[in-house]
Ligand binder design. Structure first.
Ligand code: HEC
Length: 133
């Protein structure tokens, strides 16, 4: 009898913990609309870019990051242009500008600063330049 009361009590605690966690889901991270970067200031952007530029990419495979996160719109060779994506084979942006677009998004391109690590953003920004013709 006592034992079963105890396990009921435990279950109740567990449920309470689970529910309180679920209700604290972050509201500002909508990957589809880029809400995470809405209203981001130029100062924050500049700080993000500087931090990403300074990150160490030695343990990251930029191609792998590209194939997981960018293929959908830009395609394997960078020229797919799905969802109005720009052709990366003819892009002329420098590394800093590419990092800006990747981290903060542009039009239908979603921002990746909340999905990828700094070094992943830098590595994939370096990788896309290799897709140029
Ligand atoms: C949801 C579709 C989508 C995904 C996923 C996506 N992009 Fe884009 N990308 C776009 C669109 C759309 C543009 C053009 C934005 C514009 O017109 O201003 C763009 C533009 C760019 C540009 C700027 C090119 C230029 O010359 O101005 C770069 C660089 C880029 N994407 C890299 C990436 C990388 C790297 C990834 C993966 C981490 C990625 N994109 C994922 C849609 C996407």
């Amino acid at each position: 009898m006592r034992k079963s009361h105890f396990s009921l009590y435990l279950m109740a605690c567990l449920c309470f913990v689970l529910f309180s966690c679920a209700s604290e889901a972050p509201k500002d991270k909508s990957p589809l609309t880029g809400q995470a970067n809405k209203g981001i200031t130029a100062k924050t952007k500049a700080a993000n870019i500087a931090r990403i530029l300074a990150s160490d990419t030695k343990d990251v495979n930029g191609k792998k990051v590209y194939n997981i996160s960018c293929l959908l719109c830009h395609g394997k060779n960078g020229d797919q242009k799905a969802n109005n994506a720009m052709d990366l084979t003819t892009s002329t942006l420098d590394l800093e500008q590419r990092i800006d677009v990747i981290a903060h998004g542009r039009k239908l391109m979603t921002p990746f600063s909340d999905k990828l690590q700094d070094e992943e953003i830098k590595a994939v920004a370096e990788y896309v330049a290799t897709l140029r013709k």
